[in-house]
Design a protein around this ligand. Structure first.
Ligand SMILES: [Ca+2]
Length: 315
């Protein structure tokens, strides 16, 4: 397949790179302007009050409304990403020694280590790390209150929730620098079987990504070719070659970087596999064999379903 310039508005070439892991703040509250939807849990009361602040003037006060036990302040946080790790943290303080301990937590998930809060101002750090199992969770701050006589207050301030964003792949466009994309792939009859050839995509970049001049392309990087947003070729850079032809009319030299990308057939074909153990059952079906080979493959494979319906191909 040769893709010429008129098709370029439909074609894009992208290179994959890994965005590094980082923390992203998804919630911050210092109670300077409002109580911000923090409510009281069972047998508890909460209020935004001046005094006991970590920074600024205002903090959240959490108390028992009656009796002794755990006093809870809580807020539902939404927009979470299921399966990702979050840490809720903040600072706590106490008005009396009857507030014996405090911790952060998430309803239905658990609580972090308890801390003994400093007196007066919320200066003792506490935190809890959890994995989101839904897109919203109720975050709590809890105090153990050992006396029902008098008013015993937990001060809470500067609550932060961060998402621990893992390293993740991102795609960067290489077009419009690309010229003359050529994709070759296919199979040939080899005796009774069909041999699948390594698919190759080759394109040239004009005055961009010169390996001799701070270019960032390197063998092994993943590249995909898309046609109207649909991937039509995915592989890894196998070869980079730069040329510097002189333009005789302008007297200036241009840089052509020829990039050759090989598809996964190359990886599957060159992966050595040792010590095949079929176990007790030596009667292995085609699907089971593919599944076994897939376990040691170094590139992603879509395996056929074992015991699935038979798909017949016709010319
Ligand atoms: Ca504050």
């Amino acid at each position: 397949m040769i893709i010429e310039r008129p098709l370029y508005e439909h074609i894009s070439i992208q290179r994959q790179s890994m965005a590094p892991a980082h923390d992203e703040t998804v919630y911050e509250q210092g109670f300077e302007s409002s109580q911000d939807s923090w409510t009281a849990g069972t047998s508890s009361s909460v209020a935004r009050t001046s005094g006991g602040a970590h920074t600024g003037t205002w903090a959240l006060h959490v108390r028992r409304s009656s009796g002794t036990g755990i006093a809870i302040g809580q807020r539902t946080v939404s927009g979470l990403v299921i399966g990702q790790s979050y840490t809720v943290s903040g600072f706590v303080g106490r008005s009396t020694s009857s507030v014996t301990a405090a911790c952060f937590g998430v309803t239905g998930s658990g609580t972090g280590s308890t801390v003994t809060p400093d007196f007066d101002a919320a200066t003792t750090p506490a935190s809890y790390t959890f994995t989101a199992t839904g897109t919203s969770h109720t975050v709590t701050v809890q105090a153990n209150v050992s006396s029902s006589i008098g008013s015993h207050t937990l001060y809470v301030d500067d609550i932060t929730i961060v998402r621990h964003v893992p390293e993740e792949p991102v795609w960067d466009d290489l077009v419009p620098d690309a010229l003359g994309l050529l994709i070759r792939r296919g199979g040939v009859r080899d005796g009774l079987g069909v041999r699948t050839d390594v698919g190759l995509a080759t394109f040239r970049l004009l005055d961009a990504q010169d390996p001799m001049d701070e270019g960032t392309l390197a063998p092994g990087q993943t590249v995909q070719v898309l046609c109207d947003e649909e991937p039509i070729f995915t592989g890894r850079i196998a070869h980079l070659n730069s040329r510097y032809p002189l333009n005789k009319q302008t007297g200036q030299s241009r840089t052509y970087v020829e990039v050759t990308v090989a598809d996964a057939v190359q990886i599957h074909g060159s992966t050595m596999r040792y010590g095949v153990d079929l176990g007790e059952d030596t009667n292995e079906t085609f699907e089971e064999r593919i599944e076994r080979l897939e376990a040691s493959a170094k590139a992603p494979v879509e395996v056929p379903e074992v015991g699935g319906p038979i798909v017949r191909y016709a010319l």
